[in-house]
Design a protein around this ligand. Structure first.
Ligand code: X6L
Ligand code: MG
Ligand code: MG
Length: 165
């Protein structure tokens, strides 16, 4: 199973998430199979920036991890993402969290995502989709990792779905 983290903290965050998921799902080689709830989350890394909306998608694709990454970066650019300060605010962030059990260390591409196991804004939404999923390196379940968090809590936004049906 392939999981993508999606986040935004600039502009119309809700609209951005929904449109980005629509664009991904419209790709001939990507099927968005499921989406978590949407969460409002306090910024981590650089704390002096707007709050994020974060969610996690489960997708199906036959694209390699590298090809998928290139596709995600292209969608980020479509939403006007400019890379300025490290960990700074962004209109759209799309990260490969897990690519099945693959462990990848390449320039610009690390899977599982290096912060996955310690970030509430990833683990809590991932728990919505698959709490029993095992981290391919640490061996712990997502539910277990979510229970060991030190991050500030995330707030579920009721009635907001990134998949427009
Ligand atoms: C020490 C050093 C502690 C670095 C934490 C954590 C850096 C996470 C970057 C860190 C550190 C990141 C999001 C975010 C970012 C997001 C929320 C990152 C990259 N992305 N905060 N901060 N949601 N809530 O999607 O994840 S910057
Ligand atoms: Mg990120
Ligand atoms: Mg990213």
């Amino acid at each position: 199973m392939i999981y993508i983290g999606i986040g935004a903290n600039l502009g119309d965050r809700e609209k951005t998430l929904q449109e980005a998921v629509g664009i991904l799902d419209a790709h001939p080689k990507i099927d968005v199979a499921a989406a978590s709830s949407v969460y409002e989350t306090a910024p981590v890394g650089v704390v002096d920036q707007p709050h994020f909306l974060n969610a996690v998608l489960q997708i199906r694709t036959r694209l390699s991890a590298r090809k998928l990454l290139n596709c995600l970066l292209a969608v980020e650019r479509q939403f006007g993402r400019v890379r300025q300060t490290r960990w700074g605010p962004r209109t759209l962030d799309l990260d490969i969290l897990l690519y099945g059990d693959a462990v990848i260390h390449q320039p610009g591409l690390q899977v599982p995502h290096p912060h996955l196991h310690e970030r509430a804004f990833v683990l809590i939404p991932l728990c919505d989709l698959n709490p029993d999923l095992k981290h391919p390196v640490l061996g712990h379940s997502i539910q277990f990792l979510a229970g060991s968090l030190c991050d500030s809590p995330v707030r579920k936004i009721e009635g907001l779905n990134v998949i427009k049906k």
